[in-house]
Design a binder for this molecule. Structure first.
Ligand SMILES: [Ca+2]
Ligand SMILES: [Ca+2]
Length: 176
């Protein structure tokens, strides 16, 4: 069962390696934060700041908790511990999930429209078909919206080694 969570985080690792050198560094998270915030033009400054803070915390947790060889960059083997030892990463993923989902709800009604979801997930780097498959797996309403809390739970599940057969699996495989 752990294999699935490792496969899921391997997708994230590849997308977060913004400068493409095979490791995660502070620079990758700065680029990622800029890209994601730029995809949320209708969101408040507060929501954008929360997203930037969540990315900064994500990085600082990686470098303080998971940088086993203390070289200031994170290999995939080091990153995999976020799944293998989830208690070290739990609160960081929670803050990240809530900041991202809040960014997807600029009008604050607790619902995320498909085009906003698509824009944010595209900014992170996921493929369009996979993003639509994920949104569909979340069970959108007739007005084609999902709840913020559904998305938050989906992100937390994505990192959980005990979760299999979840909506987030739609993001694994099938990428060109
Ligand atoms: Ca990198
Ligand atoms: Ca390292």
């Amino acid at each position: 069962m752990q294999k699935n969570a490792l496969e899921r985080v391997s997708v994230v690792f590849a997308l977060f390696d913004r400068n493409g050198d095979g490791h995660l560094q502070a620079e990758d998270f700065e680029i990622m934060a800029d890209d994601v915030v730029a995809a949320a033009p209708r969101s408040s400054d507060g929501a954008k700041d929360a997203m930037r803070s969540a990315f900064e915390r994500y990085w600082s947790t990686l470098v303080t908790e998971l940088d086993t060889d203390r070289d200031g960059s994170i290999t995939f083997e080091e990153f995999a511990d976020c799944v293998l030892e989830p208690e070290r990463f739990h609160d960081t993923v929670g803050e990240f999930a809530e900041a991202l989902a809040a960014l997807g709800d600029p009008d604050g009604d607790g619902l995320v429209e498909r085009p906003v979801f698509l824009a944010l997930m595209t900014a992170i780097g996921f493929e369009q078909d996979a993003i639509h498959a994920l949104f569909d797996a979340f069970g959108p309403s007739e007005s084609d919206q999902i709840t913020v809390s559904t998305w938050v739970a989906g992100i937390k599940d994505y990192y959980s080694p005990t979760k299999t057969g979840i909506p987030g699996d739609q993001l694994v495989g099938g990428r060109a």
